[in-house]
Design a protein around this ligand. Structure first.
Ligand code: ACO
Length: 375
């Protein structure tokens, strides 16, 4: 039987704290006028010390699950696309898996910077299409504020924190994810990078002293690359889905810069009212920007059953890609949503996690004494 990967749940989470352009102008040599005219960004959300990539991701995940008839234990797969993971390892997806109680899911991170959510969505959709997975959770989550050099005016004005999540479910009826284009060009890796902290430049006093753990970017080059690939990728994914550009009701682009989005619209000869833009309020939230924009478009009534959407992104790597999907009415597919209480589920997951840690501790004691007894 054919399986199609339909989006049945969606949710987003952003930190409460809003950082305005005016506040930034008090921190570095910039102005609201410069930032708005060059980027379109007016404000962004910044994580508190208590918020992390995994905590935002978990909240978005619970909100997405709330819209479905699924229990976290029904999930087979959790993918977190992120460029600002909780740790080098374990994967942020495993932290989320534990937080939400997805006890039957395989969980891993996907690193493709701002294109990560599109790549992750495609991986989950393909797993559903082959029949190996039935229910998947795909999250884009970032706390890039932790990697920003707050003294570099060329980058600190751009980024914000947040998370967006989709639940994908297998359905016999056609629709959902239709096609995807995934591309990369590692020769441009140095254009946007966090140079140290990996195996190339392990953390040392020197790397810290030279500020190598912060985002470095050649803005002009990234800008030129982005304007080149956005329209092409959109066209490619559209044609792969057997559609024409005129059939696309809504394009949800990566929210990096208003001028990049306008250039893509011109390249596609599409009016701007068919593009979702919310970067004025969130800045560039990297892999979270597309799912957050989709969530807002749905809430505003801009996405209707039967609509064809293209999600298109670009980012560090260099990476870029686009994914075409037919939005199907989730309510038609699932029994009336059994809204579960998020707080209770989170408490159960936390309790389960504590029990598992305790059992592991007991096991350690037993095995430890057994080994000692053998000696
Ligand atoms: N305030 C005031 N002046 C500034 C600022 C600022 N915040 N930042 C840079 N300037 C100055 C520069 O120093 C430069 O001055 P100069 O001419 O005296 O040298 C001047 O403004 C113009 O600088 P440009 O870099 O040419 O400005 P540009 O119009 O290209 O805008 C920007 C810069 C906004 C960064 C743009 O290049 C851009 O958006 N690039 C794409 C970045 C992007 O999308 N990155 C994310 C990719 S996604 C991911 O994977 C995370």
């Amino acid at each position: 039987m054919n399986s199609y990967a339909h989006i049945t749940g969606w949710g987003m989470a952003v930190p409460e704290r809003v950082l305005t352009n005016q506040e930034l102008a008090a921190m570095v040599d910039t102005s609201d006028e410069w930032i708005v005219s060059r980027t379109g960004i007016r404000e962004r959300h910044i994580a508190s010390s208590a918020e992390t990539t995994a905590s935002l991701a978990s909240l978005a995940a619970f909100r997405a699950l709330d819209r479905t008839d699924l229990h976290p234990g029904d999930l087979d797969l959790v993918i977190v696309a992120t460029a600002s993971p909780e740790h080098l390892f374990p994967a942020t997806a495993c932290v989320v898996q534990d937080n939400i109680g997805a006890v039957n899911a395989g969980a891993f991170d996907l690193s493709a910077a701002c294109t990560g959510f599109i790549f992750a969505l495609n991986m989950a959709a393909q797993a559903i299409r082959t029949g190996s997975v039935e229910n998947a959770l795909v999250i884009g989550a970032e706390t890039l504020s932790r990697l920003v050099d707050w003294e570099d005016r060329a980058t600190c004005i751009l980024f914000g924190d947040g998370a967006g999540a989709f639940v994908l479910q297998a359905r016999a009826r056609p629709g959902g994810v239709l096609s995807c284009t995934m591309r990369s060009d590692g020769s441009g890796g140095n254009l946007l990078e966090v140079p140290a902290g990996g195996s190339r430049h392990p953390t040392s006093l020197e790397t810290v002293h030279n500020n190598l753990h912060k985002i470095r970017m050649n803005g002009r080059e990234v800008f030129r690359f982005a304007t080149r690939v956005m329209a092409d990728a959109t066209r490619e994914a559209t044609h792969k889905a057997g559609l024409e550009i005129e059939d696309i009701d809504l394009v949800v682009p990566h929210q990096a810069n208003q001028r990049i989005i306008e250039s893509a619209a011109r390249g596609l000869r599409m009016p701007m009212d068919r593009f979702v833009v919310n970067l004025d309020r969130y800045g560039n939230t990297s892999s979270a920007s597309i799912p957050i924009a989709v969530c807002e478009a749905i809430e505003c009534g801009r996405v209707n059953p039967g609509d064809n959407l293209v999600l298109v992104g670009f980012g560090a790597g260099l990476t870029w890609g686009a994914l075409a999907l037919e939005w199907t009415n989730p309510e038609l597919d699932v029994p009336p949503a059994r809204r579960r209480r998020r707080r209770l589920l989170a408490q159960i997951a936390a309790f389960r996690s504590h029990i598992r840690r305790f059992l592991r501790f007991l096991e350690g004691l037993i095995w430890g004494s057994y080994t000692e007894g053998e000696k």
